[in-house]
Design a protein. Structure first.
Length: 193
């Protein structure tokens, strides 16, 4: 079922010669041979153009976070999110809602993700894009940020709590520099909603 939804998304985008990548936890779960609850994709197309592609295929979309570049579809019983590449996100110190700058490349998009194990992408041809050695960290059961953890946690403090969730759920160890940064920035969780 997951494979059918994946194929359909790849088909819709390749028909229109638009790049699309399976990203984040979906890739991590696939590499761990676990089923994902949902599928996450990244593309250079803005949300309105993504909606147009699906409209041509008579597939209904719904807004997930249009301001943040994300639309959703349900295919084969799977919830699917398609998000426009994000070059940068700028967070106010007291909010989790970022100002988003769209554009860039898949590598730039991956660099803004929480941990290396979620900073991988899969092309429709099955090629793994792994600029931050997420696969190695997955094998070593290590949680580490793709960029400086100080930047990562000040951008989104929720990532610190996610580190402990992954540590608990997956049995992973938090890398020393990452853990040190979590301790230093722990006060930031007060700004979470």
């Amino acid at each position: 079922m997951e494979g059918d939804a994946l194929k359909k998304i790849y088909e819709v985008f390749s028909k229109n010669s638009v790049p699309i990548y399976l990203v984040g936890g979906s890739v991590r779960d696939m590499l761990m041979e676990r089923e994902s609850k949902d599928l996450d994709f990244a593309t250079p197309l803005p949300p309105e153009e993504v909606r147009t592609l699906f409209k041509k295929e008579n597939i209904r979309t719904y807004p997930v976070g249009i301001d943040f570049g994300t639309i959703g579809v349900i295919l084969e019983g799977k919830e699917i999110h398609i998000t426009t590449f994000r070059r940068k996100e700028k967070y106010s110190p007291k909010s989790r809602k970022p100002q988003v700058e769209f554009g860039g490349s898949i590598e730039e998009d991956l660099s803004r993700r929480d941990f290396t194990i979620n900073a991988m992408a899969l092309t429709p041809q099955g090629e793994l894009i792994d600029p931050f050695n997420g696969r190695r960290d997955l094998r070593n059961k290590l949680l580490r940020t793709p960029v400086d953890p100080e930047i990562s946690f000040s951008d989104d403090p929720l990532r610190m709590l996610r580190a402990f969730r992954f540590q608990s759920q997956l049995g992973f160890e938090i890398e020393k520099e990452t853990l040190s940064s979590i301790k230093k920035n722990s006060f930031r969780i007060l700004f979470l909603s």
